[in-house]
Design a protein around this ligand. Structure first.
Ligand code: FE2
Ligand code: FE2
Length: 187
């Protein structure tokens, strides 16, 4: 199995969520009603599965390894675009996350929410298609069979540690937050 296989399987999971998200955008556009519970679930998926899990594997494992290789000008250019697209998606996800979290104070309009949803729906499928059709398979020619096997193992190792790391961080954040709160209450 090539190391790009698990990444492409993740793309199919992402596409499922994007089609749910597209239907939800359509519903909001038609009715003017935002279901914040539903958006929260999508935003959490974008934040965790796409950005912290999938993008990290691409950036920290695949792109990083390819950085050290003699890539053609075209492949290097595409890899740069892919990195930029991750940052662009990240900033839209952060905006949507803020809207969902602080919606009472943020005074956001339904139009704004729909606009951010549309941005993500416009950019992200094109990003996935670029990786699937113009980069992943082409990039494998720079890696020997041995390097590909090592990368596959590194991706598997990342999967094994991901939940541990993520929830370890979550507990630390919660501990910090509650400690600060206790101190505030004692003062
Ligand atoms: Fe990507
Ligand atoms: Fe991807």
């Amino acid at each position: 199995m090539k190391p790009i296989a698990p990444l492409m399987i993740e793309h199919r999971t992402i596409e499922r969520m994007l089609s749910v998200f597209a239907r939800e955008r359509q519903r909001i556009f038609k009715t003017g009603q935002v279901d914040y519970g539903a958006i929260r679930i999508s935003v959490d998926f974008f934040r965790t599965y796409i950005d912290e899990y999938h993008h990290r594997k691409e950036e920290d494992i695949l792109f990083k390894t390819l950085d050290a290789k003699a890539l053609s000008g075209e492949d290097r250019k595409v890899m740069g675009e892919l990195r930029d697209e991750h940052s662009r998606a990240r900033s839209v996800i952060e905006k949507l996350e803020k809207i969902v979290r602080y919606r009472e104070q943020a005074h956001v309009t339904v139009e704004e929410i729909v606009r951010y949803m549309e941005l993500l729906l416009k950019w992200y499928p094109a990003h996935v298609e670029k990786e699937d059709r113009r980069f992943f398979l082409q990039s494998m020619k720079y890696l020997s069979d041995q390097e590909q096997a090592a990368m596959l193992e590194e991706l598997r190792e990342f999967d094994r540690n991901f939940t541990q790391e993520r929830y370890g961080e979550l507990i630390s954040d919660l501990e910090k937050y509650l400690r600060l709160k206790e101190r505030g209450a004692a003062a």
